[in-house]
Design a protein around this ligand. Sequence first.
Ligand code: NAP
Length: 449
Amino acid sequence: MTKFEKIIPPEGGEKIIVENGEIKIPDNPIIPFIRGDGIGVDIMAATRPVLDAAVKKAYSGKRRIVWFEIHAGLSALKLYGNDRVLPEDTVNAIREYIVALKGPLTTPVGGFKYVCLVCAAEQDDVDGKRPDKCIKCGSEFVTPRFRSLNVGLRQKLDLYACVRPVRWFRGVPCPVKNPEKLNVIIFRENTEDVYAGIEFEQGTPDAEKVIKFLNKEMEKNIRSDSGIGIKPISVTGTKRLVRKAIQYAISHKKRSVTLVHKGNIMKFTEGAFRDWGYELAKEEFRDKIVTEKELWDDFDGRVPDGKIVIKDRIADQMFQQVLLRPDEYDVIATPNLNGDYLSDACAAQVGGLGMAPGANMGDYIGLFEATHGTAPKYTGMDKVNPSSVILSGTLMLEHMGWNEAAELIVHGIEKTIQQKRVTYDLERQMEGATKLKCSEYGAAIIENM
Ligand code: NAP
């Protein structure tokens, strides 16, 4: 049993455990949650009652979530002090309890030395000293710049798959004619590719060293005034991601898994991703899959009963496909950068990021989270749309096998949107809609379950 420094697990709940390679969910699982910074506080306050109400209704009170608050960002700074924005307690709690829900967290983006965790303003020292107050909002919660807490959590817990389902909810305003035709789940590799952080700034001795090595030893011809980024893609990283995508396709009875890559240009990284993806599919799922080539060579284009088609598409083509033939795609597995672009493009097609849930997953651990940021200008206004975290919560319930509760929530959201009772972001795009606060919208979903 892990000893925590400053948090106490709640009474009355049990731990989710892993047994024989599967997660076992008790009827009263302890689920850690991080409120998050900025609007995180409002959206998490609206979300938990929705999940609780759905579980209560679906299982007549026989099941319930026992919430366990853990801390990152501003709330961690308040509790732990000493600039500790991602305490070990938090990482250990997620590792121990396996399934967790998370609001958005402030991530410094500019080149400044300090960041305010209340308003996300970034700033430098004042007369060579650390500022004791934020220059923008006056808060005392200014910390030295830190690396993204989201990335920190992913790395420490080895959450190698970023999972983003994208579908349309009836009534949501969107830019395409048939938004209902897009219903995909994107498995984006989370640990490799140009996101691995291997970069050398132009003009630095390190960049010069790398350029010299490549030009001299490898006979390349790189301009001396270049910055350099390195794109590692491994057999291990690829196969575990594709495995997860195929397992999902099997357990959710999906028709196909598409490997999206740019292998025509980057043969040994993106092209290799495709090759290793097919290899894994044949090695581990031979009796459950058929490749697109086999489909045409051996089955005249007709999918044999119960088989999942494994196909691949070049990334640029895929952006056309999701607009022109969206219903031909179910599960998508792709390296990090393609997945980043593609998941936002797909989300925009069905009405935007506000309605897009997400999860970061390892072999067993699942950290379910909103896909948007902390929108600090709306902090404490009880204004924004909590759907992204609520839907991440439904994804969490599905991961736990509590599908009936997840369905109730989706139904509640659809009905609320069809009644045109929505938060400001949707209200401004809909004719005759009623604008609800964040908390009112959560209550309306419960009413409509
Ligand atoms: P953002 O927080 O995602 O907000 C950008 C805009 O998106 C908002 O001003 C708002 O648009 C809209 N929006 C975001 N969430 C919404 C919601 N729940 N309901 C309705 N509209 C919503 O992006 P940002 O302002 O660039 O980033 C703020 C901070 O969040 C930064 O520190 C950033 O690094 C961090 N961030 C964290 C995560 C994460 O934790 N996963 C992800 C992304 C960014 P309108 O202004 O049009 O109303």
